[in-house]
Design a binder for this molecule. Structure first.
Ligand code: SF4
Ligand code: SF4
Length: 387
């Protein structure tokens, strides 16, 4: 089992069953993995990790599907995309830092002819590569090779009438065929669904579709105002009522179908609205904004951002070992809760939620330090305060 030391103890990773566990110092000692110099100082908690656990790596910006909400503005390959040798050096950097997972996406990652070589290199380095694809380019032969990935998710934002909300409706057939090929090849397969106001009414139908297809899970992602998502955000963002209804709806459908439903970090404020016990959220490792701590986003040219949806900084993947602890943009994200304004300041979920999605806040309010404007508690607070 792979492990990494942290000031609080450490993180252990298992491939089968796949999990990451954050454990304390006594537990690490019980595992017999030795002592760490990190334990000489104070326990800094899980808000200051020694490295990200997961890095989202855009393999390329090239993509023929060109979804309306693409956070990478996918279409043509970006200038200066990393070639195979540079990409592999980058993977080495991440492995040396102690990263556990790399989520390869794009663009359409299969537009890279070397994608399997990159995945194999990640495996050799002890990284688990996961992949997100549109379904375009999937063939039976490629599906058979996909077992190198820990999981492959196919982007499907809806079935039936919802299939064409963010992309050309005829693209659904490609995604649908890709899911069949992947499931048939025994590849752990999931669905990524970006939720906006027009496809939210199709969530129940998507569960039924996913169940029929035999996928492992559906991951629901909030629409982000990044890339082309910025130009559709105002019209497509989910409504207050949809945000409030989402968590109970997913819980109900998940129980009904037996399918695992995940939400991304940016939906945590919508969960907190229902006042779940903090212990339950902690026990299930449900945390809000993890930019520049658990997560990091790296573009296809090697430039780095706190997460895939935040602007890149004057920083390259190869600067990370020196800059991880101290880069000002990372520090700003990690210390957000220390400067939290109301209503986050008095919210009992602050340390866990961390003020919601800072990418959304920065886009909508112009201020990265503002509370997430779509959090129901933030909306209620603004209504009480008046104009
Ligand atoms: S008020 Fe702030 S901290 Fe509380 S749930 Fe909303 S965004 Fe998160
Ligand atoms: S800014 Fe934070 S909450 Fe928003 S997507 Fe990035 S990591 Fe998640």
């Amino acid at each position: 089992m792979k492990h990494r030391f942290e000031t609080f103890g450490g993180i252990i990773a298992s491939d089968d069953p796949p999990f990451l566990a954050f454990v304390d110092r006594p537990y690490m000692r019980e595992l017999g993995v030795g002592e760490s110099p990190l334990w000489d100082g104070a326990d800094q908690g899980i808000g200051r990790l020694s490295a990200p656990t997961e890095v989202h790596l855009a393999a390329t910006n090239a993509c023929p599907v060109k979804c309306d909400h693409c956070y990478m503005d996918g279409g043509s390959a970006a200038a200066d995309e990393m070639d195979q040798a540079t990409f592999e050096r980058g993977l080495q950097v991440l492995a040396d830092m102690g990263v556990f997972h790399v989520a390869l996406g794009g663009g359409e990652a299969l537009m890279r002819k070397d994608i399997f070589a990159l995945a194999q290199r990640a495996r050799q380095l002890g990284l688990v590569p996961n992949l997100t694809v549109s379904g375009y380019l999937m063939t039976p032969a490629l599906a058979e090779r996909m077992t190198v990935f820990g999981q492959v998710n196919v982007s499907v934002d809806g079935a039936g009438p919802m299939a064409g909300v963010f992309r050309a409706p005829e693209r659904f057939a490609e995604a649908d065929a890709a899911i069949d090929l992947l499931v048939g090849a025994g590849v752990p397969t999931g669905i990524n669904c970006v939720i906006g106001r027009r496809n939210a009414p199709g969530i129940a139908d998507l569960f039924a579709y996913a169940k029929q297809k035999g996928v492992n899970e559906i991951e629901f992602l909030r629409l982000k105002p990044a890339g082309r998502g910025a130009s559709v955000y105002a019209a497509e963002r989910t409504t207050y009522e949809q945000n409030v209804a989402l968590t109970p709806l997913l819980a109900e459908l998940s129980e009904e179908t037996g399918l695992c439903a995940k939400v991304d970090c940016s939906f945590v404020p919508m969960m907190c609205h229902h006042e779940p016990p903090l212990e339950v959220l902690e026990a299930t490792a449900t945390y809000g904004c993890e930019a520049a701590n658990v997560l990091l986003g790296i573009r296809s040219d090697g430039s780095v951002a706190g997460c895939s949806f935040l602007p890149t900084q004057d920083l390259s993947l190869f600067d990370l070992p020196d800059q991880w602890d101290s880069h000002p943009s990372f520090e700003q994200l990690r210390s957000w809760t220390e400067h939290a304004p109301e209503p986050c300041r008095s919210c009992r979920y602050l340390e866990l939620c961390k003020g919601g999605c800072h990418a959304v806040a920065a886009f909508v309010t112009g201020d990265l330090m503002a509370p997430d404007p779509d959090c129901p508690r933030v909306v209620d607070y603004a209504r009480q305060e008046g104009p």
